[in-house]
Design a protein around this ligand. Structure first.
Ligand code: AP5
Length: 206
């Protein structure tokens, strides 16, 4: 099965994906993570993407569609798309190459996601995500590496990313509306509750 998570920054797309991919044997395809990997490796795509990401703007559709297409060419498993598609163009391109079984919309207010994102810390070694509200150390409890804040996790950029999301969200949802596969989840609930609501939808697809 192929699943899409859409939602504003900090709504929990990555967190939920990490908790579900193993159980449902899905590839976790996060376009944000792929772009950050390109930035770390200093590729041409990474250099172009960084200028957009640091401003909270979307990376151009053609670059994203090509990057995702490369992965899908050789992937045999079902895919959990995290943060893709982000525009109607991306959604249409995806529907041309694969079937989508469910689109989960993680709904959250700007106030909530700002608090979460400004307190988010990430392990550079294993990618584990921490919330400074509950985790008081600055090293990873899994591999001991020093945690960091993403360069686009600033108050100003979060507002811009939220605005960008709300600008494109209706057009993305419209692309899937007639397939009747849209499910809205309240991302303000506890992690356990959100995981269980999404699992209920995915279990029905097995
Ligand atoms: P991307 O990396 O996709 O970032 P984003 O969409 O802004 O989302 P985040 O990763 O910030 O948040 P999330 O929803 O995954 O939340 P998380 O689980 O970490 O994209 C970054 C940039 O890349 C974009 O701005 C754009 O420039 C570019 N880009 C990427 N994809 C693109 C595309 N397709 N097209 C064009 N450009 C693209 O959770 C956040 C925090 O909250 C964590 O600390 C977590 O522990 C906590 N938390 C999560 N859920 C809960 C809960 N239920 N209760 C309590 N705490 C919670």
């Amino acid at each position: 099965m192929n699943i899409i998570f859409i939602g504003p920054p900090g709504s929990g797309k990555g967190t939920m994906a990490e908790k579900l991919v193993e159980k449902y044997e899905l590839l976790h395809l996060s376009t944000g993570d792929m772009l950050r990997d390109n930035i770390r490796k200093d590729t041409e795509l990474g250099r172009i993407a960084k200028t957009f990401m640091d401003e909270g703007h979307l990376v151009p559709d053609e670059l994203i569609i090509r990057m995702v297409g490369e992965v899908l060419k050789s992937e045999k498993r079902g895919v959990l798309f995290d943060g893709f598609p982000r525009t109607a163009e991306q959604a249409k391109a995806l529907l041309k190459i694969t079937k989508i079984d469910a689109v989960m919309e993680l709904d959250a207010s700007l106030e909530l996601v700002s608090e979460r994102i400004l307190g988010r810390m990430i392990c550079p070694a294993c990618g584990k995500v921490f919330a400074s509200k509950h985790y008081k150390k600055n090293t990873c409890d899994h591999c001991g590496a020093e945690l960091y804040h993403r360069s686009d996790d600033t108050e100003e950029t979060v507002k811009e990313r939220y605005l960008v999301y709300t600008t494109y969200a209706d057009a993305i949802k419209e692309c899937f509306a007639e397939l009747n596969i849209l499910h809205k989840v309240n991302a303000d609930d506890s992690i356990e509750t959100v995981v269980s609501e999404i699992s209920e939808v995915l279990d029905n697809l097995l």
